[in-house]
Ligand binder design. Structure first.
Ligand SMILES: Nc1ncnc2c1ncn2[C@@H]1O[C@H](COP(=O)(O)OP(=O)(O)OP(=O)(O)O)[C@@H](O)[C@H]1O
Ligand SMILES: Nc1ncnc2c1ncn2[C@@H]1O[C@H](COP(=O)(O)OP(=O)(O)OP(=O)(O)O)[C@@H](O)[C@H]1O
Ligand SMILES: [Mg+2]
Ligand SMILES: [Mg+2]
Lengths: 170, 163, 163, 170
């Protein structure tokens, strides 16, 4: 299978609804420092259910887009703006080897709670994870995601970490 | 548990040297370097450590800590690609893994990805280096739109420019 | 102890914003970003922490962990240069500090170093990026001589090619 | 003051005696991965007396050049080769603001012991360090050396680390 496109909605630095894609067999994400490239990787990790401990924010609600030039300036913004931005979601449009599309969506609200949907139907995390594992997307192992700054540590990781990784994928 | 683990371990163990050689061969060193895994405990291996050893071409045996920044990155990528070949996930997302690489090594990584990406194995690679992204099939360009204080996206397919 | 410490702290505190602005101004953002230090304990500051805050141009207040790789590097270099301005050592050795920087930022660092290096303040910078080393006065080229299994050196002065 | 040149003798990947320089106000060290650039920085750190805990080898005798394609193959090499390579040294030829040259040299033998010399005269570490401090080269602070991979950590270091650094330079 493969990722066809991503749809981001108020996720991190991506204001509003944005469609990103199509992705090919070998796609590169480019752009200047601070543009939002790693945020895109955070979006992929987020929608696949990666534990927020691994992501750059400990707090899931940090993933909701925040505009405005000052910290906690949202009282100053109009209430309607606040309403539209108190939740965020990411959707992966994924194509199975057979050709069928599956939509995986995860949202987060301003209380940091997540909801999972497969093809627009709300499901529990266990069902969501099972559907991903069926595609060989093993979130616990996370071996298919290499975050910025991590690659050199792969080579010098302690023997026990390497063992753990291999256990997770077996 | 032992069987599952050894199944994965043996598969990766057999793959790692070939992958590392693919990444380290060059005109000067047509054979490439050497890499292998070793088990610290053979009875219950999943309780103990697995050691990874990588030796760049013409360099003497040395522990991983003595390798240079770029040599470590190449060794790490070889290990990641070898691990990935066991029950492969459908896609691989890499964020600036080429930061420590010189042009020659960036080019080897780009070629390896180009040769190994296909309908069943997709690569999404974030990179600042044109030596790498010029080999991609499509580019997802991210820029910051200051007026609306947001990231924005422009996609470009490179294949239409292929020779 | 308090006086010595506050002497250093105040000096760096006054410098940091200007240095950070020098590194972050551009045509789009002629004013640059904002940076400052804050003390956690005013009575005995050397016992407690000093916090460093840096905000790239047009970006809202956010803790350092939310900055991108390149933004963090620019903030770190500003801090290093500001610290260095207090009782400056005669030279500064930097090893691949530009790994996470895009071309525009590499160029700003190169320009800053070019403008601040002089007989009393020498920079020795290891870099893989031509955007940086093309601005140096001399290049020390290191290569590996495979036959004798050793590093070797070739030095080249660039100033003779200046316009 | 400034560094005029470095002289390495069997230090890390630098076989035999090699002179590196002259260095200018702004010099760049370039070359492919694995060539020996960071080893040059290790040479500067070593000769200035940086604690070996900060360097890539915990063991000072790892800094002595080792040729040969196999680990511990030195029994196979001739004895005369072994004799020439059981010690290493690094010298900085430094020029004070007034124009006078000072030679700082540090050597290490196969038992990991260091010797310090100023202008060819053996001195104790205390005198060596004092001479460096007179030039504002403060080894304990190490704020003028940024090792590969360290720069991003400067920005995210804990407040206490930053305090320590400022204490050392004050
Ligand atoms: N919730 C949020 N709302 C708005 N902006 C955010 C939010 N979270 C992060 N950002 C912004 O996203 C930017 C970081 O983006 P990102 O890390 O994706 O950059 P990048 O393209 O990877 O850059 P680099 O090449 O330097 O690694 C930061 O400037 C930060 O201010
Ligand atoms: N005592 C030694 N004898 C011989 N070779 C050594 C010794 N110590 C280290 N080396 C070699 O030096 C090489 C590392 O050099 P160094 O780290 O300086 O490379 P580099 O030019 O900084 O590369 P990069 O751009 O990848 O960071 C390693 O390949 C290692 O084998
Ligand atoms: Mg990034
Ligand atoms: Mg290096």
């Amino acid at each position: 299978g493969r990722i066809i496109r991503l749809e981001l909605d108020n996720f991190k630095s991506y204001k509003g609804h944005q469609v990103i894609g199509p992705f090919h067999n070998f796609s590169c994400v480019i752009g200047p420092n601070g543009a939002g490239k790693s945020n895109l990787m955070d979006a992929i990790s987020f929608v696949l259910g990666v534990n927020s401990m691994q992501l750059r924010s400990q707090n899931l609600k940090d993933f909701i887009y925040r505009g405005g030039a000052m910290h906690d300036d949202q009282e100053a913004e109009g209430l309607s703006q606040r309403e539209t931005r108190r939740k965020a979601h990411v959707k992966i449009v994924y194509q199975e080897d057979g050709g069928r599309e599956i939509h995986f969506l995860r949202s987060v609200n301003s209380r940091g709670q997540s909801e999972y949907k497969i093809n627009d139907k709300v499901v529990l995390w266990t069902a969501y994870n099972a559907a991903l594992e069926k595609e060989n997307i093993l979130i616990r192992a996370r071996n298919f995601l290499v975050f910025q700054g991590d690659v050199e540590h792969v080579a010098s990781q302690s023997p026990k970490d390497l063992t753990l990784l291999i256990e997770h994928i077996s | 548990r032992y069987n599952l683990f050894m199944d994965a371990y043996n598969h990766i163990s057999e793959k790692i040297d070939q992958v590392y050689k693919d990444l380290t061969k060059s005109a000067n060193h047509p054979l490439g370097g050497t890499a292998y895994l070793s088990l610290e405990d053979n009875e219950e291996p999943y309780l103990e450590g697995i050691r990874y050893h990588a030796m760049p071409p013409m360099k003497r045996f040395r522990d991983m800590e003595q390798l240079s920044g770029g040599e470590k990155t190449m060794a790490a990528l070889a290990l990641l690609f070898a691990i990935h070949s066991y029950h492969p996930s459908p896609f691989f997302v890499l964020d600036e893994v080429d930061a420590a690489l010189d042009n020659a090594n960036v080019s080897k990584i780009a070629t390896y990805i180009r040769e190994h990406s296909n309908d069943k194995f997709q690569f999404i690679v974030i990179s600042l280096k044109s030596m790498l992204y010029q080999k991609a099939e499509s580019l997802v360009g991210i820029y910051r739109d200051q007026e609306i204080n947001s990231s924005r996206v422009l996609t470009l397919s490179l294949d239409q420019y292929e020779d």
